[in-house]
Every structure is written in structure tokens, then in C-alpha cells.
Design a protein around this ligand. Structure first.
Ligand code: C5P
Length: 402
């Protein structure tokens, strides 16, 4: 559940700050990305170096680490980066600041600008925790929409016994896992995705291929897994790798191999998204030895034959599956894409135009239009392929729930 999730931890000045080291270890072990910000007082309890080493990211506590250079630690970026922000431990002082919007440090500025869900794990001595002003602040904090991770009853640093111990790291991890579990709309769904180019052999050392990088298909696979899907990614020759729970990568080379791999898995899939740039033609006869130029005249003619159209075959075999294809067009884009959607029996088609700057092969961005079988046309802005993947998957979720 936590793999690939971005967790921002805000540490304030309480002895319970030592527990944050363990919390970070657990999160990193579960493959979450962790960033830490601290208050000045928190540094008295645990060093930024410790937390930076464990989180594998620099730890910030000031708006600027180097006044001379004018570079600053952008609290807005940090807030936007995070999928979840957890303030742990949260002292009585920080609870007051949160309740009153008292913005006097990097942590508070980040809190006020964060758009993600915020969890707060208070830690203090029992009488501080029981105090009416603390209770009032907590009520206000929860009213604002923040989520409280209640402190536990037990031995406190003062030697007293009572309520106020910060929740243990294991419990905080559980809270975060439950948080992300409730946000997995593709849980239980099997998604088949094709990606990358295919290589069609001419002889043992040469092939016909194309410039597809596979980035779009890989981004869809990754985001689908994060949304809870079980993904089988059938991918042609590409330099990209993906090691993420929920994605099984099947490497293939030719259109025929991709066809076989897709057809084999299609019957049990709930959704198939064909993002591969499959070669349309392949050499009819593959030479079993390297073709020597000495044996040729000035011209070498290679006879080509059609490869199987994987997407069309899946359209013909379709019963319960949601089937999605891509169309890369250079002219008459929408009409061509619509035709393709109908011919291949798709539920929707994602149109890329090579006329759009930043869209298409090898770029990190894409600009798509989605045309669906209900005659809807959805236009999207130019975005990162990761965000485009999310737009596509939101459309998948909408269609599955329709
Ligand atoms: O017909 P065209 O090749 O333009 O269609 C593109 C769509 O069809 C893409 O989704 C691509 O992955 C899929 N396709 C396929 N098998 C082929 C050719 C294209 O699955 N042989």
C-alpha cells in the first residue's frame, strides 16, 4: 500500500522525535518516498543528519539554507509533492499554532499550504495533554479536517504514567496503510497493458523497429498498480525497467510474440490498454544468416507482410473486458481515431497528434484527447506522461463503474 507513496513528515520538539527514525525506516522499507521537515527545537531531540540519512532526502527546517545564494526551501512545493503529510510528534505548542494558523516556521508554512490529507500525532506529558486549552486546540484541528492519531496511555518521559505517549511507529504505519487502502479504486482488477516498440527481424543482426520509448505504457502500468490493480505489462524492447509490486513485466521482441502474450492473458483480464507501437509489417522471410552486401546488387528488396493487429483481435474476442487503444495521427485526427475505435471494437481511444509539440515518442510529456464509444470527446492539456496515465485510468474507473 505504501509503495511509491510520498510521505512528508513534520517533526516538532518533543522527546518522541526519536521514534521518527524508526517510523522512517518502516516507511522506506515499504518503498514509500519520505521527506522530512523539522522545527528548530526538534533538532535538540534528533539530528537532521540522522533523519536525512534514513529518509535519503535532505531535511529542512529553515526557509533558506543559504541566505547568500537566495535559494529557499519552497514550502509550497513540499506541500504539493506529498500524498500525505504527517506531523509527528506534534507538541502542545505546534497544536496551538495549527489551531490558530500561527505561521512562524517552515513546518507551519508547509502545513498551511499543503493540499494533501494531514495526520497529526500529538506527544506530551499527561497534564499538558489533559489541559482544556490543548483539548480545545485539538477539537479545532480536527474540525479543520486534519486527522488525529491519538496518543497512547503509558509511561511518559517524565516518569509519570498517563495519556500522552506518541503513537508507536508501527501504529502510525498502519494508519497510513489504511489511509491509502481506502484509495485503491482498481483493487481486484486485472489490467493487461502493452508498451514499447516491436522489433521485426530481417536477419540475426538486423530488424525493423520504431522510436517508441514505452514511457506512456510504463506510466499507465505504474499508476494502475498504485491504484490497486494487478497489472501484466507486455513490453517490447525498451531501456525502461519497472520494479513495483502489482506489475508483472513480460518482455517480448516481435509483434507475434506480443500478440501471443496478450491473447494468452486477455480472457482473465478486466481491462486491456494497448499502448505499444506495434510494427505493422515484418519481413516475410527472415534470413537465418547475416545478409552480406557482397551477395547483393545495388538494391536489396525485403518483402514485407502484415503483422497481426493485436488490438483488433482483442476487440473480436471481447466479452466482459474494457478495451482501450491508442491512435497516433498526423492528419484528420479525430475522424481517424473514431474510425479506429469502431473498427477495433474499443470502449475508448486515446488520440495523440504528432502535430502537438511535446506529444508522442520519447518525450516525458503527452497531450491526449479521449474519444469514447458514447461519442464523448475529452481534451486534455499537455502534461507529464505520469499525469496523462492518471487521466486515462480515471476514465477507465469511470467506465468500469458506469
Ligand atoms: O491501427 P493503428 O496501428 O494505428 O492502431 C493503434 C492501436 O492499435 C494502438 O493501441 C496499438 O497498440 C494497437 N496495435 C496493435 N497491434 C498492431 C498494431 C497496432 O495492438 N499490430
Amino acid at each position: 500500500m505504501l509503495r511509491g507513496k510520498k510521505v512528508l513528515i513534520g517533526v516538532t520538539g518533543s522527546i518522541a522525535a526519536y521514534k521518527v527514525a524508526t517510523l522512517i525506516r518502516f516507511l522506506v522499507r515499504k518503498k514509500a518516498f519520505v521527506k522530512v521537515i523539522m522545527t528548530e527545537d526538534a533538532k535538540e531531540f534528533i539530528t537532521p543528519l540522522t533523519l536525512a540519512t534514513l529518509s535519503k532526502n535532505p531535511v529542512h527546517y529553515l526557509f533558506t539554507d543559504d541566505k547568500e545564494s537566495g535559494e529557499w526551501n519552497n514550502h509550497i512545493d513540499l506541500g504539493l509533492w506529498a500524498d500525505v503529510f504527517i506531523i509527528a510528534p506534534a507538541t502542545a505548542n505546534t497544536l496551538f499554532k495549527i489551531a490558530n494558523g500561527h505561521c512562524d516556521n517552515l513546518l507551519m508554512a508547509t502545513y498551511l499550504s499543503a493540499k494533501c490529507p494531514v495526520y497529526i500525532a500529538p506527544a506530551m506529558d499527561l497534564d499538558m495533554y489533559k489541559h482544556s486549552s490543548t483539548k480545545e486546540n485539538i477539537d479545532k484541528i480536527v474540525e479543520f479536517g486534519n486527522r488525529l492519531i491519538n496518543p497512547e496511555h503509558g509511561e511518559l518521559a517524565s516518569g509519570l504514567v498517563g495519556e500522552g505517549r506518541m503513537a508507536e511507529p508501527e501504529q502510525i504505519v498502519e494508519v497510513l496503510e489504511t489511509h491509502f487502502e481506502s484509495n485503491v479504486p482498481l483493487k481486484g482488477k486485472k489490467i493487461l497493458i502493452s508498451a514499447g516498440p516491436t522489433h521485426e527481424a530481417i536477419d540475426p543482426v538486423r530488424f525493423i523497429g520504431n522510436h517508441s520509448s514505452g514511457k506512456m505504457g510504463f506510466a499507465i502500468a505504474e499508476e494502475a498498480a498504485v491504484l490497486g490493480a494487478e497489472v501484466e505489462l507486455i513490453c517490447g524492447p525498451t531501456s525502461i525497467t519497472l520494479d513495483i509490486a502489482g506489475v508483472t513485466v513480460v518482455n517480448v521482441t516481435s509483434a507475434q510474440e506480443m500478440y501471443d502474450a496478450c491473447v494468452k492473458r486477455y480472457a482473465t483480464a478486466d481491462v486491456a490498454i494497448m499502448a505499444a507501437a506495434v510494427a505493422d509489417y515484418r519481413p516475410k522471410n527472415v534470413a537465418d544468416k547475416k545478409i552480406k552486401k557482397e551477395n547483393q546488387t545495388n538494391e536489396l528488396v525485403i518483402e514485407l507482410e502484415k503483422t497481426p493487429d493485436i488490438l483488433k483481435s482483442l476487440g473480436e474476442q471481447k466479452h466482459h473486458q474494457l478495451l482501450v487503444g491508442f491512435a497516433l495521427e498526423t492528419d484528420n485526427e479525430e475522424a481517424n481515431a473514431k474510425l479506429k475505435m469502431e473498427k477495433k471494437n474499443l470502449d475508448f481511444i486515446i488520440l495523440n497528434s504528432l502535430r502537438d509539440k511535446g506529444a508522442g515518442f520519447s518525450t516525458d510529456t503527452n497531450r491526449i484527447t479521449i474519444l469514447d464509444k458514447h461519442n464523448n470527446i475529452l481534451n486534455f492539456e499537455l502534461k507529464s506522461k505520469q499525469k496523462v496515465a492518471l487521466d486515462i485510468l480515471h476514465k477507465v474507473i469511470e467506465e468500469l463503474n458506469a
